[in-house]
Design a protein around this ligand. Structure first.
Ligand code: C2O
Ligand code: CU
Ligand code: CU
Length: 468
């Protein structure tokens, strides 16, 4: 009589042989739709960790939420339908789209009640790896699993042999697979509240098959509400080709050790080109450094007849059409991120408040999504060049995110930054970074820390770009 094995036990037995049960090879889809429907609903999901029971209830349309694929510069409609009792909106993180499609409650749209739908018309001038998540009831809905990857394809196929989206995030579960408190005052006042189960695409240490000797594009998105990942790929030939959706002008070596890891804060992404080993069944492992010891995020197992690609085949991706700011004539502003003076509790209307205030921008805690008459942090003329000095006066890291615009970090008081475009920059403790951009997309654009407990306890605001 066979003894039933847990998934964990199976991986333990088979892992060393290179025969671990792996998900089938990922192939590139050639047909790309022009619309999709996302119904937000409760679902059950069994995490592939022997300790956990089945039947977890998550707020997600699928597990994980589907990877959305669209083409650069072509219209795409995402119809989002809310079937939850709670309100919601959907936000398309990193896309430089029309302000009315940005999904920020009260600022760009009224939240969706149960049964309501909204057609988000998405047109992206940029190709790259982006993601989507609600911007209402975020601490609940994101923590319960509503974070998905959104891919905008290049005009021409860049020629990888396979592509694997990797949605990195934790869940806060007890040993029985029951949800535990999704946020804590202690966490919100410090680095945020960490999950207890670290997953990749909702699996613990999953394995993926990929062509032997082939070049694989990993699209990594850090969609956790709290964790800062420190990624490395030991014993592999790999290049970082894009950060936060935007191609690097020169590809750079992917770190192979935890001592020089690639750091991705909440909301950030990396596109990594990996050369699979030449021997079938050999594998490559993606790790993140973590307190105690590094942890495996995913394994990639060489399968099938050997291809003979070379890491030298990896070239920079075509640049996105982002306008270069004029630094000499730029308008300059300073934003200070720090503790909050005792403030009134935020009024988030129907979008969920946390019962405390800890953080501020320019000494003012965000008064809440639903508050009328809260002014912008700064107002820019259309097409004005801007330099923002971002000053972190706290001992915690803050991934600072600006909606609707792409910016360039141009200097730090602590480190050298490569030249690149982004929508989210990780401000380290007591770090000051200058960012520059052209304010060429009119609208009210949310600007906040992407540690969601920081965002929800004061570290949020918006900037206004005038229409003319
Ligand atoms: Cu990723 Cu304001 O969001
Ligand atoms: Cu965003
Ligand atoms: Cu923060």
């Amino acid at each position: 009589m066979p003894i039933p094995l847990t998934r964990r036990a199976m991986l333990g037995i088979l892992g060393g042989t290179g025969l671990a049960a792996a998900l089938p090879p990922q192939t590139l889809s050639k047909t790309i739709a022009t619309r999709t429907e996302i119904d937000i609903r409760n679902a059950s999901y069994s995490f592939l960790d022997g300790k956990l029971t089945e039947g977890l209830v998550s707020t997600l349309p699928d597990a994980p939420p589907p990877v959305i694929r669209m083409r650069r510069d072509r219209p795409f409609t995402a119809r989002v339908t809310n079937t939850l009792d709670d309100y919601t909106t959907m936000h398309w993180h990193g896309l430089r789209l029309a302000n009315a499609m940005d999904g920020v409650p009260y600022l760009t749209q009224i939240p969706l009640a149960k049964g309501e739908a909204y057609d988000y018309e998405l047109v992206s001038p940029d190709a790259g790896t982006f993601w989507y998540h609600p911007h209402c009831m975020t601490m609940d809905q994101m923590a319960l699993g509503l974070t998905g990857i959104l891919i905008v394809e290049e005009d021409e196929d860049p020629g990888f042999d396979a592509e694997i989206p990797l949605n990195l995030r934790d869940f806060r579960l007890d040993g029985n697979g029951e949800w535990i408190d999704l946020w804590t005052a202690r966490g919100a006042a410090r680095a945020g509240t960490f999950g207890t189960v670290m997953t990749t695409n909702w699996n613990v240490e999953p394995s993926y098959e990929a062509p032997t000797g082939g070049l694989v594009r990993l699209r990594v998105a850090a969609t956790d509400t709290t964790r800062v990942y420190k990624l490395f790929l030991p014993d592999a030939q790999a290049k970082v080709i894009a950060l936060d959706g935007h191609p690097l002008p020169e590809v750079i070596d992917m770190p192979s050790s935890k001592d020089n890891a690639l750091i991705l804060g909440p909301g950030q992404r990396a596109d990594i080109a990996v050369l699979l080993p030449e021997g079938e069944d050999q594998n490559v492992t993606l790790l993140t450094d973590a307190p105690g010891a590094p942890r495996v995020l995913a394994r990639f197992i060489a399968r099938g007849p050997a291809l003979t690609r070379s890491i030298r085949d990896v070239r920079p991706l075509p640049p996105n059409p982002v306008r270069e700011p004029n630094l000499a004539e730029a308008r300059r502003e300073e934003f200070i991120f720090g503790w909050s003076p005792e403030g009134d509790l935020p009024n988030n209307g129907v979008c969920g408040s946390l019962p405390y205030t800890f953080w501020s921008i320019n000494r003012t805690p965000w008064a809440g999504d639903a508050v009328e008459g809260v002014g912008p942090l700064a107002t820019f003329r259309k097409n004005e060049s801007v330099v923002l000095r971002l000053r972190n006066e706290s001992p915690n890291d803050h991934p600072i995110h600006l909606h609707g615009l792409a910016f360039r970090p141009i200097g730090s008081n602590k480190r050298n930054l490569p030249p690149y475009w982004t929508d989210t920059v990780l401000l380290q403790r007591e770090e000051t970074i200058d960012i520059a951009f052209v304010a060429d997309n009119p609208g009210d654009w949310a600007f906040h820390c992407h540690v969601i407990e920081h965002q929800k306890t004061g570290l949020a605001g918006y900037v206004r770009v005038l229409d003319s």
